[in-house]
Ligand binder design. Structure first.
Ligand SMILES: Cc1cc2nc3c(=O)[nH]c(=O)nc-3n(C[C@H](O)[C@H](O)[C@H](O)COP(=O)(O)OP(=O)(O)OC[C@H]3O[C@@H](n4cnc5c(N)ncnc54)[C@H](O)[C@@H]3O)c2cc1C
Length: 405
């Protein structure tokens, strides 16, 4: 059986590797050209996502690119700690959650795909996907046409494949926050931050995160509550302008964040953040979806990449076990919908705590200490981090908890 995977971000390469493992012959189409892979900043992959990477034999290759990230330390605008949240028990080999520079991870995964003999078409966009008898036809922007027995849309939140499956389906929902990410190299300010931890600041004007790396750098991000940034505003604003605005926002809080941004460089600027809570139609005929294309959580969930990796393994297992493509796509939805929609809802709640208003901010710190003590705890998050997916063909569940349920 031949598959075309649309999208060479995180979910795309992972599903290609997983499909090959179950005996399906994939190829990957990625819109970005090979010399423009370097877009984006940092995100974290928790043990549930790392286990999926291990399942497609890719963890070994990318582990050294990741920065160990054992916990999130939540602080208020005065620098006072509001709570600490573990990012889950490490894998059996001791690997804890890892934070990655997204472009570096995506690039390494695509290299791995190519090295395993999987064809990668880079620098060309998929424009249309349609069924014709027993095959799916994929039209590329450069005029080429591919055919396959199944097409997997792993083309992100603004998925073209999703629109081909259901032109009336929902689009991404703006979550009220813009996202900026950057790095400050070789800085003494890293000593002010807890090691192997994201320090999150529920600031007076914005939400910030900072993570020290073993190399002595600090990676950081800012979520700014505001209306979405228009293309015109983006075009008129330089990186220096954005940085000045962020420094001004961070200056309202105690702690090292304002100085970090002042001394650092922006890698991701003015990204409007969206989520995608419920997509009614996940597949049609021989065309399916995974990752952000079908269930994007807001970045605040910290689970976008991990969910995409879990999906990749479960999709390949489902197709590998099924008698027909349609049955495989149905099985995938059945195994995944409930979990991913619960995580998207969790991300939406987390985003809403980042949009403080005036006096409520003061009350929030007290309320939040209680939340991190009694509600959002290591135990309450275990269903997220301890989940394990496996490639199992032809029998087995392909998707189960660490407890073997
Ligand atoms: C350029 C970029 C930068 C990002 N930076 C960050 C970040 O700094 N922090 C963070 O938390 N998250 C970031 N994300 C989002 C994050 O990668 C995803 O939320 C998550 O990893 C889920 O992965 P995914 O593979 O489903 O989707 P994505 O990672 O979005 O990957 C989708 C891929 O599909 C490709 N694509 C889209 N349309 C087509 C088409 N028609 N034909 C062919 N290819 C297509 C895109 O170029 C992309 O490579 C970024 C995403 C992108 C695309």
């Amino acid at each position: 059986m031949r598959a075309v995977v649309v999208g060479g971000g995180i979910a795309g390469p992972a599903v290609a590797l997983a499909l090959q493992k179950v005996g399906i012959e994939p190829s990957v189409v990625e819109a970005r050209p090979a010399d423009a892979r370097a877009a984006g900043s940092w995100f974290t992959i928790s043990p549930n996502g790392l286990a999926a990477l291990a399942e497609v034999d890719a963890l070994q290759r990318v582990r050294a690119l990741g920065v160990p990230t054992r916990r999130n330390v939540m602080t208020g605008a005065t620098g006072r700690t509001l709570g600490t949240l573990s990012l889950g028990a490490p894998l059996d080999d001791g690997t804890p959650a890892l934070s990655f520079h997204r472009p570096r991870l995506a690039s390494a995964l695509l290299d791995e795909v190519a090295e395993r003999g999987i064809r990668v078409y880079e620098g060309t966009r998929v424009e249309a996907v349609s069924e014709s008898g027993d095959v799916v036809v994929v039209d590329l922007a450069d005029g080429r046409r591919l055919t396959a027995d199944v097409v997997i849309g792993a083309d992100g939140i603004h998925s073209a494949v999703r629109a081909c499956i259901d032109p009336t389906g929902p689009a991404g929902r703006y979550v009220g926050l813009t996202n900026f990410g950057g790095i400050t190299r070789n800085t003494p300010l890293s000593a002010a931050l807890a090691a192997e931890s994201w320090t999150f600041v529920f600031g007076r004007r914005a939400f910030f995160g900072a993570l020290p790396t073993p190399a002595g750098d600090v990676v950081w991000f800012a979520n700014v509550p505001r209306e979405p940034i228009s293309p015109a505003e983006r075009a008129a604003t330089t990186l220096g302008d954005w940085r000045s605005q962020l420094v001004e926002l961070a200056d309202a809080d105690d702690g090292p964040v304002a100085a970090l941004i002042r001394d650092g460089e922006l890698e991701l600027a003015g990204d409007n953040t969206f989520d995608l809570p419920t997509v009614p139609i996940w597949h049609r005929g021989r065309i399916g979806l995974i990752g952000d294309a079908v269930h994007a959580p807001a970045p605040s969930s910290g689970q976008g990449a991990s969910m995409a990796l879990e999906d990749a393994v479960v999709m390949a297992s489902s197709l590998g076990r099924a008698d027909t493509v349609q049955e495989g796509l149905r099985a995938f939805e059945h195994l995944r919908r409930q979990r991913v929609e619960k995580i998207v809802a969790m991300g939406a709640r987390a985003s809403s705590t980042k949009t403080p208003r005036g006096l409520r901010r003061v009350l929030n710190d007290t309320a939040m200490r209680l939340v991190f003590r009694y509600v959002v705890t290591e135990r309450s998050q275990e269903w997220v981090f301890a989940h394990r997916v496996r490639i199992e063909t032809p029998a087995g569940t392909g998707d189960r908890d660490a407890g073997g349920r």
